[in-house]
Design a binder for this molecule. Structure first.
Ligand code: PLP
Length: 369
């Protein structure tokens, strides 16, 4: 075997995004023990920073030691028990994944579909909630498979009105557009580090409201997956009784997340959102100047995930391959029913810069010519 030397790529797909040099440098700092007092201070800072980022001052916020899918699994497996009714909105791949998971938890799933490329249908969700008591309403805030933002405030309000706990997938939204657990009165939110936080993949920040934790405490049966049992996790991350060993935290990955949060707050959350919005506007203007069309109506677009229709007669995979070969630039393909229909261009975190926008437009024009 020889040391692995990855090629240098520019990451403008649906995630992971470019990791900034300061985060890469943080990952290479010396590993300490997970019970080291210095590491415990870092854990406290990460919890506080996540609570600020989710705007979830009363929630228990920790990063799970696994990718975004683990956050989804933790949310559903902790809140759902066999026979519970769960309303799940589906307008892309990730809502579908939630349906699969909730079924595996033994829940009675009421699936509410909306067309891919459209936001979650709030009226249809309301009808599903009104048709019988549900324990959970789950939906994706920023659907990465389509580039659509759904109305999290309206959906969480519906959950509250119908006595359901809300689960909000913020994997692609956190750090790119406002996420506001307090204003939405949301119960469980989860994200991933590899999108707008621009840290490597492998961690999933989650936030559980006091109401959600009460529901977990009132379960009739133990949570089925031990690693993601939120009560055990919270006792490792420091509850009133101190820390109890649960697993060995991915120490260097947490240095990376910490550094990405330091960078985000140095820039300022508002400035970060404005940067994503401006880069999105510049990219869309450039794409339209190339004669390309966007999939999603302007009012539902995510700045950090841009779905572009593939023109007639274009071999979409060949274009992506040319961009990678000639420019070292990665964009994403369509998924599910959008396979072969769209490209997905990410402007996430460190990849939302004027340099990235210019390079992507140049590379795309070159690959199309
Ligand atoms: N939810 C959404 C909206 C996503 O975009 C993703 C990943 O792209 C996930 C969940 C799953 O995250 P991961 O791939 O980190 O497990």
């Amino acid at each position: 075997m020889q040391s692995f030397q990855p090629p240098r790529r520019i990451l403008m797909g649906p995630g992971p995004s470019d990791v900034s040099p300061r985060v890469l440098a943080a990952l290479a700092r010396p590993t300490v023990g997970h019970l080291d007092p210095a590491f415990q201070d870092l854990m406290e800072e990460i919890k506080a920073a996540l609570a600020r980022l989710f705007n979830a001052p009363g929630h228990a916020c920790v990063p799970l030691p696994a990718p975004g899918t683990a956050g989804m699994e933790a949310a559903l497996m902790n809140l759902l028990e066999p026979g519970d009714r769960a309303v799940i909105a589906v307008n892309g791949v990730f809502g579908g994944r939630m349906v699969d998971m909730a079924g595996r938890a033994g829940a009675e799933v009421v699936r509410v579909d909306a067309p891919w490329g459209q936001p979650v249908d709030v009226a249809a969700v309301e009808a599903a909630l009104a048709s019988g008591p549900a324990k959970v309403l789950a939906f994706v805030h920023a659907e990465t498979s389509t580039g659509v933002r759904s109305d999290a405030a309206a959906l969480c309000a519906l959950a509250r009105r119908h006595g359901a706990l809300s689960i909000v997938d913020c994997v692609t939204s956190l750090g790119g557009v406002p996420v506001d657990a307090a204003a939405w009165d949301a119960d469980v939110l989860y994200s991933g580090t590899q999108k707008c936080l621009s840290a490597p993949p492998g961690l999933s920040p989650v936030a559980f409201s006091p109401r959600a934790l009460e529901a977990v405490a009132a379960r009739k049966s133990p949570v089925r997956n031990w690693l993601l049992d939120v009560s055990l996790l919270m006792s490792y991350w420091g509850g009133e009784g101190g820390r109890t060993y649960h697993h060995t935290a991915p120490i260097n990955a947490l240095y990376g997340l910490h550094e990405s949060l330091v960078a985000l707050f140095e820039e300022g959350q508002q400035a970060v959102f404005v940067r994503h919005a401006r880069m999105h506007e510049a990219l869309v203007a450039g794409l339209e100047a190339l004669g390309l069309e966007m999939l999603v109506a302007p009012e539902h677009r995510l700045p950090q995930l841009n779905t572009v229709r593939i023109p007639e007669g274009v071999d979409e995979a060949a274009v992506r391959a040319r961009m990678l070969e000639r420019w070292d630039l990665e964009i994403g393909a369509g998924l599910g029913p959008l396979k072969g229909q769209v490209w997905r261009i990410g402007l996430m975190g460190a990849s939302a810069s004027p340099w990235h926008v210019r390079l992507c437009l140049t590379a795309l024009a070159d690959a199309l010519s």
